[in-house]
Design a protein around this ligand. Structure first.
Ligand code: ADP
Length: 503
């Protein structure tokens, strides 16, 4: 369910190509970064420009505020005294100068929130109570930038230090006798911002073009190793090459290539063993045919062949045909065993009875070779097995023990079981198997001594058939042997058949 939903979401994504995805990711991240950077730089510049301008003017306003106090501008605003009038004019001139210098307007508000001076001359006598004004009367300088209308508004307290000293106030700071409400033009900042914006637009366009190019190059370069993997696999698929491939650029490509190489190696091994098997089969089938031809040619080459010689040659021809027949029968048995495990016909079987039956069948062969066959059963054994395949296993092992034995030798068959497995052991006093051959005896057509084996009718397929029948029962087969002394095969099979899990 979850997997289906996931698949649907993936299918909904516009592009499944890795290259397109890398391109989109780099492009998005690049554009986002350049836009954020542009806004950060522009905002920072604007803030700094406003702050610098505000601080410069604020300083001048503070100096002016001190002048106002020292000239009692606030206290005696309406006084007609000559001295005072002169100093008031001087200060008014200073205020006019400041406001024209900064293209602004200065208003002086007394403690009753009444405008006592306005450089524009339009608000004198009016009452102004705004948040900034109140805050300033509480001793806080305020500064506010209005980018939309292009001005900066500042409030500066006018403090009378002498009044504080007289009143003896301790911590409340200096007495605020009035405030200056100033608004100055921020046109210059706005126009600089406009120029900067224009430059930033050009730069940003160039940067985005660069990012598009970079995203295109990177998306091609980064996905190139995957293209190389596909190309190498296609070459193997088309049959141009069967070499192991190598694309060491990324860990990911190394893993993909490793997995592919392992599959390739397995295929090669299978192919090699198939070719070897076909070659072996053809060789084995050709040998008896060649003997038949030699015998028949010999008969044809002679005229007036005596009847006894005919008979003798014909007997040899029949024995070669028997041999050919035996090889074909064994091959068919092997092919059948290599089919599916489902072909097993599992039944509950008395193994003691089956062993007795097999030994009874093989006793004539043993007698012919003067080999004594002994059966030792430790306990009655009943197991779930395929009767035909179990017969094949036991017959092959006992037959080999008789065939590869010495004159007056012996074969001992022991049957035993525990709660899980039963064991079937066949020991003999025969020729034994050289140590270097022990690992090969289960291979198809492998014979320790080819000529001797052929003499006694071996095809080299018996143990291959036996092993594959044992494995089908999920059992095991082991061999111990001392050359010249004898051999012992031990087969171990579960009492209860364990069905193989189908994947
Ligand atoms: P074959 O049909 O030739 O007997 P097998 O596959 O049954 O083929 O055995 C393979 C080879 O293993 C035989 O050729 C023989 O040399 C050796 N071998 C098998 N069983 C015995 C045994 N009990 N004693 C000695 N050699 C054996």
């Amino acid at each position: 369910m979850v997997a289906k939903i996931k698949e649907k979401i993936i299918n909904l994504l516009p592009y499944r190509s890795l290259r397109v995805r890398i391109f989109i990711i780099i492009l998005t991240v690049g554009i986002l970064c350049s836009v954020v950077m542009r806004y950060a730089i522009m905002n920072n510049y604007e803030e700094r420009a406003v702050e610098q301008r505000s601080t410069t003017i604020q300083n001048q306003l503070m100096i002016l505020a001190n002048h106002l106090v020292s000239n009692n501008y606030m206290l005696n605003y309406n006084s007609q005294e000559q001295n005072y009038r002169t100093s008031k004019e001087v200060i008014n001139a200073e205020l006019e100068l400041l406001s024209s210098l900064y293209e602004g307007r200065v208003m002086i508000i007394n403690s009753n929130f009444k405008v006592v001076k306005d450089t524009y001359g339009i608000s004198e006598g009016k009452i102004i109570i705004s948040e900034e004004v109140i805050k300033c009367f509480q001793g806080v300088n305020t500064s506010h930038y209005d980018p939309e209308h292009g001005y900066i508004e500042l409030t500066t307290p006018i403090m009378d230090t002498s009044a504080t000293a007289e009143n003896g106030e301790k911590n409340s700071g200096d007495a605020i006798v009035g405030i200056m409400l100033t608004s100055i033009s921020a046109e210059s900042i706005a126009s600089t911002m406009e120029v900067l914006n224009r430059k930033a637009n050009i730069l940003e366009t160039l940067l985005i073009l660069g990012i598009v190019a970079l995203a295109m190059i990177l998306s091609i370069v980064l996905t190139r190793p995957f293209n190389r993997v596909i190309q190498a696999i296609n070459e193997v698929k088309a049959g141009y090459s069967d070499e192991l491939i190598s694309v060491p650029d990324y860990d990911e490509t190394v893993h993909i290539v490793d997995a592919f190489n392992q599959v390739l190696k397995r295929m090669k091994t299978l192919d090699d063993s198939r070719q070897e098997f076909v070659a072996n089969v053809s060789h084995e089938l050709k040998t008896p045919m060649a003997s038949v031809k030699v015998l028949a040619d010999a008969l044809l080459a002679q005229e007036d062949v005596p009847a006894e010689l005919y008979r003798e040659f014909m007997e040899d021809i029949v024995s070669e045909i028997d041999r050919e027949n035996q090889i074909i029968t064994d091959l068919l048995a092997l092919v059948k065993l290599e089919k599916k495990v489902q072909d097993l016909n599992i039944v509950s079987l008395n193994i003691n009875d089956l062993t007795e039956l097999i030994l009874k069948r093989l006793r004539p062969l043993a007698r012919k070779k003067d080999v004594e066959v002994v059966f030792e059963s430790m306990r009655p054994v009943v197991a779930e097995v395929d009767e035909v395949k179990m017969t094949l296993i036991m017959t092959n092992l006992v037959e080999n023990a008789i065939k590869y034995n010495k004159e007056h030798g012996w074969v001992k068959v022991t049957l035993d079981a525990d709660h899980q497995y039963f064991t079937f052991e066949v020991s003999d006093s025969g020729l034994g198997i050289p140590e270097e051959s022990l690992t090969h005896i289960y291979e198809r057509f492998y014979r320790v001594d080819k000529s001797h084996s052929r003499e006694i009718g071996g095809t080299g397929l018996g143990l291959a058939i036996t092993k594959s029948a044992v494995l089908m029962h999920r059992g095991s087969i082991t061999v111990t042997s001392i050359e010249g002394e004898g051999t012992s095969f031990l087969v171990k099979i579960p009492l209860t058949y364990i069905a193989q899990q189908t994947v």
